[in-house]
Design a protein around this ligand. Sequence first.
Ligand code: NFS
Ligand code: SF4
Length: 672
Amino acid sequence: MAELDVEKLSMDVAAQEMLKKAQAEGVETIFDRAKTMKPCPIGEEGACCRICAQGPCRVPKPKKKAGEEEAAEKKQRMGLCGATAETIVARNFARMVAAGTASHNDHSRGVAKLFIEVAHDRAQGYKIKDVAKLRRVARDWDVPLTEGEGEDAKPRSPEAIAQELGPKILAEFGQQSGEINYVRRAPKKRQEIWRKHGVVPRGLDIEVVELMHRTHMGVDQDYHNLIKQSTRCALADGWGGSMISTDLQDIMFGCPVPIAGEINLGVLKEDHVNVVMHGHEPLLPEMLYVASQDPELIQYAQNKGAKGIQLAGMCCSANEVLMRHGVPVAGNYLHQELAVITGAVDALVVDVQCEMQALENVAACYHTKIITTDDRARMPKALHIPFDEHHALDVAKNIIRTAIDNFPNRRAPVMIPQVSSPTIVGFSYETIQYLLGGSIRGSYYTLNDNVIGGRIRGVAGVVGCNNCRTTQDSSHMTLIKELLKNDVIVLSTGCAAMAAGKYGLMTPEAASKYCGPGLAEVCETVGIPPVLHMGACVDNSRILMAATACVKAGGLGTDISDLPAAGAAPEWMSEKAIAIGQYFVASGVYTLFGVTYPTTGSEILTDYLFKGIEEEYGGKWDFVADPEEMARRMIAHIDLKRKALGIDKARERVLFDMEMRRQLEAAAEEHH
Ligand code: NFS
Ligand code: SF4
């Protein structure tokens, strides 16, 4: 194995330590493979079509040699069937949106099915935890909260409400016509834009199916029309499946409120049975959390020589149980192999999504048992203990017991990096409303007031994955720090949020250390971190709700596209990220992606996504690999929106000059 320059691969010292251990032990990871296998340059720009057996057809951008530019430009690039570069690239992009949406919405379907079982008290271990949220959601689905008329009206039981609500929600997956329900949650103006362009989703499954149909050989050959259906499909994710997941998970498992947590590999304990939960659907992790506290199982662990049971999360399953129970997080996406390399993980329990197949090979070098739990996501060599919603607690106990049985099998030298950071998480849309608006007024008015007054310059969503093609977490950190310094408050989800947590940005103390004076003042007054952890990637729906609440609170325009806001996924890698990006763009948000962009093979299409689409939806895509430049563009966009709102003056009054800012930063540094 070639030697790795670990500092270039990850800025996380825990990751660096584990990579060195892996090297010493001859264990190969994604970081090794990234070194030897470079991305295919044609596929990278979306210019390879393999949707029929006459191909794959490649239509790369012509290499321009001196003097040959014009000839090269003129030659029409097409596949065997005549599909143009625009069509080929748009189809590939559309299929990413379809796959991303399918992932979020299939997750959501499982949640809705469980919800119905819980409503009928048929799901062992689960119950309706958040009745207030149940009532709010029921109202949005026109499910009555009372029974009887007038004076005789009595409140309905939570079970009765849930029994009517559940099937109504589940029906939306197969709905064939009309509009999905949560479209009505968006600002009026936004709804009109969607209706005008004919992109309001009819149902959740149909938009994915139609998009797959339209990208089959010889169907839709108009890139604009393909992107239109991609938009409709993506909206069925953000304002559909993802939003449903968030709501129903909150009702069953509790709407997140601020809670303390701990992030990074250091949360694993050498003398404990370590169980890492990796994946996305919090259904089983909720029960693993309960099972891990079972006195009998703790005793069983002690009988095997362990001090106790340490549960830790990985990827979005981690975010879910962190937000609701403060379960510590072992790491984000690129930490999955590294956790196993500690030699201390007794079971790695996976459900669906973002699980590298290489985990099996890495686990084979240690004692770690990989346990698959979902029939949709099997690994050939793993132990399969399928999740069963009717006996979830029994399943969870069985898994914990299996992990305990594996504890005595540890062999290779165990080495857990002593690296972890404290975090305050749990900033659901409702919590932000409560903290900033007060429970009585219950509005985003105070947040708006701070934006209008200029203490907060704008709002940024920094979300998305890790990507082994770039230094782990480094773009997240550079971007976020740059935004905070410029008084832009950051909302975060997914692996980006975990990155922010790992380097201490999710503590209230981070405000004075990293923020400009205005944002620092607001955070210190309210007692919040400057980066607000809003949950898993399906919880990007919480960001949509927060943006809508800002619009509704008044003073910042009449639509999401009027807000001084921008979104970014600087280290994205998954198809889900593309679906998310597309629904943010279609919701009116300037959305920037880093690392690479999947449509660069067609200048016409890319130009439409980066510019033309803004005329239709008020939002647009952008691609910037350099995180500092990304921050500059986001801030410039925020300033443009402030100017359009006529609040740029307010900002100037409180603006410090560079010298004052430097002094302030120096003082803050000293302070820490
Ligand atoms: Ni989101 Fe969460 Fe992470 Fe990316 Fe994967 S875990 S759903 S897709 S890698 S942020
Ligand atoms: Fe080639 Fe057309 Fe078949 Fe694509 S659909 S592989 S461009 S022949």
